[in-house]
Write a new protein. Sequence first.
Lengths: 224, 175
Amino acid sequence: MTIESALLDLGGAIDYPPTPDFDTPQSKRRAPLWWAVAAAVIALALVTTLVPAVRERVTAWLGIRGVTIERTQTFDPIVSSDVSLGDPTTLEDAPISFAPVMLPALGDPQGTFVDEAGRLTLAYLEDGHVLLLTQFVGDLEPAILKQVAAEAEVELVEVNGEAAIWIGSGSHVVFFIDTEGTVAEDRGWLAQPTLLWEAGDVTLRLEGAATREQAIAFAESVDQ
Amino acid sequence: MIDAARAGDEGAYAALIRRYSDLAFRAAYLVTRNSADAEDACQEAFAKAYRALLRFRVGAPFRPWLLRIVTNEARNRMRSNRRHENLRIRAVSGIHVLDADPADRILTEEARRSLLVAVEDLALQDREIITYRFFLDLSVAETAQALSIAEGTVKSRLARALSRLSEHIVEEEHS
């Protein structure tokens, strides 16, 4: 008998503890309570989620890495049920490849999500409103597509002396682009006013601040 | 089935877990030597595997890919304070031997115990290789992927570990 077959024989005779019943990740995962609040807020927006009926590809390269902005003429309403922030996690356990940018002015995040493309989204409750801070390592591949209605306000602003973009009033839809480069059109949502900027290698988007000034103040409280 | 699980079919995913849970749990147990740690490692690994399914290359072998995630989770829990258990051998009850000479087919219980002691005495790296390759009956390629090392490394470590085990057995026979 060879040593290999002796080991195979031995392996077959090992008395392992009984295999436990494993839950599927869905049954185990429980969204934190605050998420119910956020879901309610975002659900309101989702009913009026829009897709562009006529897409006029006037893609503006405004210099924020990983972000593409398109002007569109009209939007058709669709209903989407998926905000697609990714899976709930914690800052310590988040499977991301970069050091997250924290904004002390926002306090501690109430929720942390990472999606399949490694984008980190921190959710905050500020005066009963949900603010979402999404960040990722911006490279040349677009990771976020913004479709902005013709009448929407898009402004070049400054955050810590660097160029930033403020998308204020008027319809704008955000789509996260997946790792294959595909825009999941049914997963976009009608975004609240949003500030886009960069901090080092990281591209950030802050959605939901009440005013442009407040958004910039949050962004400038950066602690890296 | 993997394609169905990728498409978000939770039933298919549950079936995938059922199919691989024995193997995954045993692998995690071989590393952690504690059933609670092994269970935690598997639960976390299944969740991570599920989230990573979108990145999983269609057609690539699923089993070693899952085992790699399980192994990493198990290694993360190796240094937990929980009690480390020794491997045990199932009580022999009614082995049906079809061959005329059973010694050619199976080891005696005593020989099994002696070999297990020798395996347990190996350095951690060698023990991982031996238990994954032979106790879990993985191919060299699967062992390499599960342990995140090159196939050549698996082969050289296996050769070294096997020669140590052989020495051990020879010593036993002569003692």
